[in-house]
Design a protein around this ligand. Structure first.
Ligand code: ATP
Ligand code: MG
Length: 412
């Protein structure tokens, strides 16, 4: 099939926004006689005037040929999905060879059958993610109707959505992610397929689901994402304890905290809040609710030991009932942030600055989380300021002490 092509006059992509290292790779591949384009998320983001996160490249060059061109800066990775990572210092740009998917089979088994550039895009998930861009010719190349869908703001599966969701159920989560992020509508056939196939989500890999969820927490559209997951009746299949709370939208502490997190992450998309803090936005309300039920509603004030026990039992239950298990380290740090909230703002109401807390490893994250809670509850501003001052003093003292004690002389 001949693709539609759109030249500079048709679109508003500013070639200066393309990463210079990506341009360098494209240039070298072309000079060596290969076809090479930007593809996927970066083309989509350039067209909707957003800053692309990464610049993936698709090319006719085979992995070994890519390796020959970029030598020491090129690492071939992945067995099933062989692709090249080209390194520029800390930055990595992904270069993959055009390949064909197996669009009619049920589950994808082998991904390494090389293909044409057309085959390379029709194996992708949604039309908006299926465009190529050639920055030297200022040309967008469209085999899948992605151009029109981006301009009409529509999310549409490439191929039959029922088949595509069955092949890889994570695509359903990605659909909701793009809806949350861009506010695009979902095409009717794709929407019906989501309703029909939603239960298939539990056939996907828990690690991939967790990664998509964590990325969504960082995205600046987390509150909308979780809301859409509830509406699509998918959240309870993955995280039933969250959906129990989130189904009730009024006075919902999770949505409120996520909105605060979204605001922060929208302002600093390149350095989002840490994953433990973001996880605490989901879990702190669960712990708080449990403490209320167990103690406050019975006119009892829990002491710190009770808080620790409740925190760890709620998180244990969360881990046991969830489809994806949180990595140990993430749940440990998130628990510490949550438990420490009750040191910083004791339920007894008796506020005192205890210096032991300041030297705990998780204190800075816990303080940051308290600041987020204070954005929702002005009563927490006072304790936040007190702790923030104590923390500054503590840091100053640390610096002074360092200066008073010269480092030990090197041996030998
Ligand atoms: P983000 O902006 O969140 O990175 P993205 O669309 O760039 O979104 P990536 O995971 O970086 O997502 O994937 C890059 C590209 O690979 C996508 O744009 C899409 O073309 C393709 N892709 C990713 N996941 C799938 C999938 N599950 N099925 C088919 N194609 C996919
Ligand atoms: Mg991407």
């Amino acid at each position: 099939m001949r693709p539609k092509e759109f030249v500079a006059d048709d679109h508003e992509i500013d070639p200066a926004r393309v990463d210079s290292d990506a341009l360098h790779i494209l240039r070298k591949l072309k000079d060596a006689g290969h076809t090479a384009y930007l593809v996927g998320g970066s083309v989509r983001d350039l067209l909707v005037q957003r800053e692309p996160k990464d610049f993936d490249i698709s090319t006719s060059a085979r992995p070994q040929e890519i390796k020959k061109i970029f030598r020491r800066n090129c690492f071939l990775i992945g067995k099933r999905f062989r692709l090249a990572h080209i390194r520029f210092g800390k930055k990595i740009i992904e270069v993959s060879t055009f390949r064909s998917g197996e669009n009619d089979s049920d589950l994808i088994v082998r991904d390494n059958t090389w293909g044409s550039e057309e085959e390379d895009v029709i194996r992708r998930d949604f039309t908006i993610n299926g465009l190529f861009y050639d920055p030297f010719e200022h040309k967008v190349i469209d085999y899948v109707g992605g151009w029109e869908d981006i301009h009409k703001r529509v999310l549409r599966s490439i191929g039959d959505p029922l088949v595509r969701f069955k092949q890889d159920p994570v695509r359903m989560l990605r659909l909701i992610k793009f809806r949350a992020r861009f506010g695009f509508d979902i095409d009717e056939q794709t929407k019906q397929a989501l309703i029909t196939s939603r239960k298939e989500i539990t056939k996907s890999s828990p690690a991939r689901i967790l990664e998509e969820m964590l990325r969504m927490l960082e995205s600046g559209a987390a509150a909308r994402f979780f809301n859409l997951m509830v509406q699509a009746r998918m959240l309870h299949l993955l995280f039933p304890m969250l959906s129990d709370i989130l189904e009730n939208e009024d006075e919902n502490q999770i949505y409120d905290l996520l909105q605060v997190a979204d605001q922060i992450n929208q302002q600093q998309p390149k350095s989002p809040l840490s994953r433990p803090i973001l996880t605490a936005c989901l879990l702190f309300p669960l712990v708080d609710q449990a403490l209320k039920k167990k103690f406050i509603d019975k006119d009892k004030v829990p002491h710190l030991g009770d808080v620790m026990m409740t925190t760890s039992s709620v998180i244990k239950e969360f881990v046991l009932t969830s489809f994806s298990h949180l990595p140990k380290k993430l749940s440990t740090v998130a628990s510490a942030i949550i438990a420490m909230q009750y040191r910083l703002t004791p339920l007894s109401g008796k506020q005192s600055i205890r210096h032991k807390s300041l030297s705990m490893k998780e204190f800075p994250d816990a303080l940051h989380f308290l600041k987020m809670r204070a954005a929702l509850d002005p009563e927490l501003l006072k304790p936040f300021k007190a702790w923030n001052n104590a923390w500054r003093q503590h840091l100053k003292k640390g610096v002074q002490q360092k200066h008073h004690h010269p480092p030990p002389a090197k041996k030998g």
